[in-house]
Design a protein around this ligand. Structure first.
Ligand code: LMR
Length: 397
């Protein structure tokens, strides 16, 4: 039967990661996959994670099944991290969280749950969005519609276009939003813009589905959750998929959560039951290791302090690389404006060069960038900035 299969396209991000790894040039630079790298170009295990792992090795006394919803302590801590310890919704009985296999697993559980609620559901995604959103959500069976998000020409959010489209979204549709550190553009909504979208969601009756994979990498743990927290205060229903890949550096451990806010506590019980049935059909139970570490860190004052400090350093390094690149490349022969990079948030920004310049950077200079021109700021460091800037200048001539 395999003869019926034809070759598929390689994933735009993970394919690039493999190509970079296979490249033997010493001076190559990885600005592709969204993974944090320190100034040596290395992706370290965070110190709090190492410390928690050491404790886990000592005290873990069983590997027995945990249950479909994963670790209950992890789920409680994730709720507090996402919504803030004192959020009224946490005491309402209206909110339920399940541990999920990474942000992608969380997104898929959310999509399947939506389809259980309403078979022909439609989700509106911003243009552009993370390239895997459409196959992941569309592959589950959701119909995809688009709203304009980023304007390449002005290098800003097309807020008028976005709001105008959202004002036409029908009751019961789903709208995908990025919680913070927009992937791929780095252009985040302001608080006023979040508030306006909340107002429109209330008026129109659509349900926001927030994907948050970079909490703490933009402005700070609380500031980066503004949209989630304010929407949860006003809206009857909300879905939040979250990932611990970036802010805990747990990429390969596949650690995330999916949260559903329902109109009443009785409905919340039904929703979580259905979400557990989805998980059981897809993967049965989420992997335990990463979630046990996150729960331990968030529940221990010392580990938490260490994690927050390291996360602050990660964030500050990314911001400093934004400033460094902008300062170094601002004046260039081609007159391309890179100032937006300084002001955007999180790991990514669009460089905004053309496809042939992008190809030259990869073929001639060994600099790997996603085809949308998304660059990972954390791939820049003091050892490669000169080479990066001279290569960019040479393709921009
Ligand atoms: C990215 O956007 O580079 C990361 O989220 C990795 C991925 O799975 O695409």
């Amino acid at each position: 039967m395999f003869e019926y299969l034809s070759a598929t396209k390689t994933d735009p991000i993970l394919g690039l990661m493999a190509a970079y790894r296979a490249d033997t040039r010493e001076h190559k630079i990885d600005l592709g996959v969204g993974v944090y790298m320190d100034d040596r170009g290395f992706t370290p295990v965070m110190k709090a994670i190492k410390d928690a792992e050491n404790r886990l090795v000592k005290f873990e006394n069983t590997k027995s099944y945990q249950g479909i919803a994963g670790d209950p302590e992890f789920n409680q801590h994730m709720l507090a991290l996402l919504f803030g310890e004192d959020h009224t919704v946490l005491r309402s009985g209206r909110i339920k969280t399940l541990q999920a296999p990474g942000g992608s697993g969380a997104l898929r559980v959310g999509a399947e749950l939506i389809l259980r609620a309403k078979k022909d559901s439609r989700i509106w995604v911003g243009t552009p969005t993370w390239p895997n959103h459409i196959p992941l959500l569309g592959g589950a069976g959701l119909r995809i519609a688009e709203y304009p998000y980023y304007d390449i020409a002005t290098r800003k959010i097309n807020i008028d276009g976005m709001l105008q489209t959202l004002r036409s979204v029908p009751d019961g549709d789903i709208v995908l939003l990025h919680g913070c550190c927009h992937n791929p553009t780095g252009a985040d909504l302001t608080h006023d813009e979040w508030d306006e979208i909340t107002k429109i969601a209330l008026e129109r009756g659509f349900i926001p589905y927030i994907d948050t994979a970079y909490q703490g990498l933009g402005v700070g743990l609380d500031a980066d959750a503004y949209g989630i927290r304010s929407m949860a205060r006003s809206l009857p229903e909300l879905i939040v998929a979250s990932s611990c890949s970036k802010n805990f550096g747990l990429y390969r451990e596949r650690t995330g959560s999916i949260t559903f806010l329902s109109e009443t506590s009785a409905k919340a019980e039904i929703v979580v039951g259905q979400a557990m049935a989805v998980a059981r059909q897809l993967y049965s139970m989420p992997p335990a290791h990463g979630a046990l570490l996150v729960a331990m860190i968030l529940g221990d004052t010392g580990l938490r302090r260490s994690w927050e400090q390291e996360l602050r350093e990660v964030r500050e390094r990314i911001i400093s690389m934004r400033c460094l690149l902008t300062d170094r490349i601002c004046e260039n022969d081609a007159g391309v404006d890179f100032n937006h990079i300084r002001d955007q948030r999180g790991m990514f920004s669009f460089l905004g060069i053309n496809a042939s310049q992008l190809k030259t950077l990869r073929d001639q200079f060994g600099i790997y960038i996603v085809s949308s021109t998304r660059i990972n700021m954390a791939g820049i460091n003091s050892g490669n900035i000169d080479y990066l800037v001279s290569s960019l200048r040479s393709v921009l001539k």
